[in-house]
Design a protein around this ligand. Structure first.
Ligand SMILES: NC(=O)c1ccc[n+]([C@@H]2O[C@H](COP(=O)([O-])OP(=O)(O)OC[C@H]3O[C@@H](n4cnc5c(N)ncnc54)[C@H](O)[C@@H]3O)[C@@H](O)[C@H]2O)c1
Ligand SMILES: [Zn+2]
Length: 377
């Protein structure tokens, strides 16, 4: 039987890939609701060219309850991906992030509770940023959840995380879903609020919900014009403009980079598996990668004459390590990330090189803005 599926924010990077997955794997009717945010898409009134032609596109915002309600009522499954996604930017465009991310979620739940509809299931895109620093272990104190590094420590260029109990050295571990949540930006907090609001209301009213905490997603179609997201896009845009990538701290901070196709695999599993209902899952690879390694890889592949700049500056609120423990989603849903980093970045760079428009590097502007707000030191 065909299903009616809505993707909010479906004209964006992850949502557009999900639309392709859904269209290619079934006869389901897919609708995309997207406001075509100028920061992501530039000035356009029509959906981007890459968006699958077999979907129904509706230009609109999840902030507009009436507009949103009309669309929700028509659908049975909702992937809620619409959001503002700049972590640093969220620390000064506070109202905008609350509006789009928290009010948008509030509208969705309000509609589900108060109107007649056929929605059976919602899947929410959350983020690794809800954790803050990842899980770690101290030789003396055992498992700990480090706090954000304090400014004095960072001023002294001591980038390592410390044990919150004895201030000793820590070994970073993979972070599982039971780890302490310690959001360190309005963006991260907005994602945490989305999770809690969704779980509370769906439990109360018997609506199926799954929360996916994506780690750092990369792949073709990631907005290059948006200087606030995606270290891949930022490094590539600079290299293609003949400038070296700028790496904060010493480059040894580690992250979990997951290809957008693997994210789609997880989204599809979340939709189909009854075992996913009421649950939160990490979606990553479980493989730590330092930012230094990422920068060097891109330099080598795009412009080997340049060298990354390790600027020994830091962004207030940045974490040192966070890498996913993906045992839960592997064991419960059978998730199995398939795209290796090497394969993934090859495809990414090919896409970047094929893109026809001139790459606008807005990193310097974005850094100046962060500096002006006191968020870059
Ligand atoms: N890319 C990542 O690394 C990552 C990591 C963790 C979580 N996420 C989450 O995944 C989701 C999708 O992210 P993405 O990387 O595809 O970002 P994106 O910016 O490419 O896509 C977001 C889309 O939402 C649209 N949008 C924004 N506000 C809207 C509103 N009020 N109403 C309707 N549409 C709106 C934008 O126009 C855009 O097309 C987001 O919820 C994000 O928080 C992404
Ligand atoms: Zn300790």
């Amino acid at each position: 039987m065909t299903k009616k599926i809505l993707i909010t924010g479906g004209a964006g990077f992850i949502g557009s890939h999900l639309a392709d997955f859904l269209i290619e794997s079934s006869n389901d009717e897919v609708t995309v609701l997207d406001c075509l945010d100028e920061q992501v898409h530039g000035k356009i009134n029509n959906p981007p060219d890459y968006l699958n032609k077999n979907i129904k596109f509706i230009l609109g915002s999840v902030n507009d309850q009436e507009e949103f309600e009309e669309v929700v009522k028509e659908n049975e499954i909702i992937f809620h991906l619409a959001a503002k996604v700049g972590v640093g930017q969220s620390m000064y465009q506070i109202r905008d992030y609350v509006d789009n991310n928290i009010l948008g979620m509030g509208n969705l739940l309000n509609i589900l509770v108060n109107s007649e509809h056929d929605v059976k299931k919602i899947v929410i895109a959350s983020s690794n940023t809800v954790y803050g620093e990842g899980k770690a272990s101290c030789a003396k104190c055992g498992i700990v959840f480090p706090k954000l590094r304090i400014l004095n420590q960072m001023k002294n260029k001591n980038w390592n995380i410390q044990c919150p109990k004895c201030e000793g050295r820590l070994k970073s571990l993979l972070t599982d879903e039971n780890a302490l949540c310690n959001p360190s930006s309005i963006y991260a907090l907005s994602k945490r609020v989305q999770e809690e609001m969704g779980l509370m209301i769906c439990k109360t009213y018997g609506i199926d919900i799954t929360i996916l905490r994506f780690f750092l997603v990369y792949g073709p179609r990631q907005a290059l014009s948006n200087p606030y997201t995606g270290v891949f896009a930022i490094f590539c845009t600079r290299l293609l403009n003949g400038k070296p990538p700028i790496v904060f701290e010493d480059g040894l901070q580690s992250r979990d980079f997951v290809n957008v196709k693997d994210i789609c695999q997880a989204l599809m599993l979340a939709m189909k598996s009854p075992e996913a209902n009421g649950e939160i899952f990490n979606v990553g690879t479980g493989i730590p990668l330092t930012i230094k390694k990422v920068a060097e890889n891109f330099v080598e592949k795009i412009n080997p004459k340049l060298k990354p700049i390790y600027n020994q500056q830091y962004r207030v609120g940045d974490i040192r390590h966070c890498v996913a423990d993906i045992s839960k989603i592997k064991n419960k849903l059978g998730y199995d990330p398939k795209i290796s980093f090497d394969k993934g970045i090859e495809e990414y760079i090919n896409w970047i090189k094929k893109k026809e428009y001139k790459f606008q590097d807005k990193t310097d502007e974005a850094l100046a803005e962060l500096k002006e707000k006191g968020l870059l030191k």
